[in-house]
Design a protein around this ligand. Structure first.
Ligand code: FA5
Length: 349
């Protein structure tokens, strides 16, 4: 009987080896372990065996049963792993290869015009020694208002309609000026420094030809000794001449923002209508593009900067409007639409 159990196990191993798929294993298992299987037959015949024989055969048959069980489970697992690997190999997509996109019959639309202009502006400022910083979309009251010299009772809070979270503390940032605060907070940050911070901003506004609820700005900040309005004008002029590669008419007028003093609005002569008046410039001939000014001492104090020694300038450029002026787009809403005929005009891979 003991020999028979050994022979059965050897026979099982050889049959298992020949199994070509999961189903064959599932069919093989009951042949040995099923109610009418080989092992059960042996166990049934124990009733005729002596007590001595039973003592030996019982544990031995359990051992063989367990081994068969384990080997079946292992082989099934191996087949499953092989199946998964085959599927993975078959469906492999190399997303780094632009050719795969074409082979799959998909059209590549290139970069969004706002991304293109953002990179262009970043490169111009990088070449002038500015750093590039980032900041979160979800902000808190402190970074969006308080540290920018806009306390909770200040009427300037109403200048930008804010998407607040239910806790009344967190919000979707309404401007990239939050990056001024975050930039000054950075560990080891000491003047002199200059950085730009691009990104999305959110306002609960009615949309029209020049207003969106989600749009893009790039913030700029320079802090050092004896920074003046001339520095500010120099950097703004350099930026605009490099972006437009032609002379564009601009005007500087007083502007009010609690975080700058004095504050300015830099407007560009509308390039859609040439200044004659249209829906983009609201029939004024000018488009508000780049508010700026000298950083208010209170903002520097929130950033732990010694205001007896240092001062600075800051600006907040509207990137969507810059794209509109550069490419002659007469409605900002085209930039957020999904019309591929529009999107593919700018750049492709
Ligand atoms: C600000 O957001 C200030 N944080 C800018 C600033 C920074 C001033 C640093 C001084 C110093 P304003 O709300 O005007 O300012 O927006 C700045 C620019 O963003 C505008 O000139 C315009 O180009 C663009 N902009 C504003 N609202 C919208 C909108 N709804 N849709 C598209 N562009 C907009």
């Amino acid at each position: 009987m003991m020999q028979k159990l050994d022979d059965l196990f050897t026979q099982f191993q050889s049959e298992l080896k020949d199994c070509k798929n999961k189903q064959e294993i599932l069919n093989l298992k009951p042949k040995y372990l099923g109610k009418k299987g080989e092992i059960s037959n042996i166990l049934k015949s124990l009733k005729d065996a002596t007590a001595e024989q039973r003592k030996e055969i019982g544990p031995k048959s359990n051992e063989v049963k367990q081994n068969i069980e384990q080997l079946c489970a292992k082989s099934l697992q191996n087949f499953e792993i092989e199946e998964i690997n085959q599927k993975l190999a078959k469906n492999k997509i190399d997303i780094t290869m632009t050719n795969s996109v074409k082979e799959m019959g998909l059209r590549s639309t290139g970069y969004h015009p706002v991304t293109l202009i953002q990179r262009e502006v970043e490169d111009i400022f990088l070449s002038m020694g500015f750093e590039i910083l980032d900041g979160p979309h979800i902000e808190d009251d402190y970074h969006n208002f308080e540290a920018l010299n806009i306390p909770s009772d200040h009427p300037a809070r109403d200048m930008q309609d804010t998407f607040w979270f239910k806790d009344s503390v967190h919000l979707l940032r309404t401007h990239t000026s939050t990056i001024q605060v975050r930039g000054m907070e950075m560990e080891g940050r000491k003047p002199p420094f200059k950085f730009v911070g691009p990104g999305k901003v959110f306002r609960c506004e009615r949309t029209d030809a020049s207003h969106e609820m989600v749009f893009h700005q790039i913030e700029g900040m320079m802090v050092g000794e004896d920074v003046s309005v001339s520095h500010l004008i120099y950097f703004m002029k350099t930026l605009l001449s490099q972006i437009f590669k032609k002379d564009v008419e601009v005007r500087l007028r007083p502007g009010f923002f609690p975080f700058v003093e004095p504050g300015f609005e830099l407007d560009i002569k509308c390039l859609i209508c040439g200044g004659k008046g249209c829906s983009v410039c609201k029939h004024t001939g000018w488009v508000e593009l780049l508010p700026c000014g000298m950083v208010h001492p209170n903002v520097l104090k929130y950033g732990n900067i010694d205001t007896d020694k240092y001062n600075g300038f800051a600006f907040g450029l509207g990137l969507d409007r810059l794209v509109m002026m550069k490419y002659g787009i007469d409605d900002i809403r085209h930039l957020h639409g999904a019309d591929l005929r529009f999107m593919t005009q700018f750049h492709s891979f």
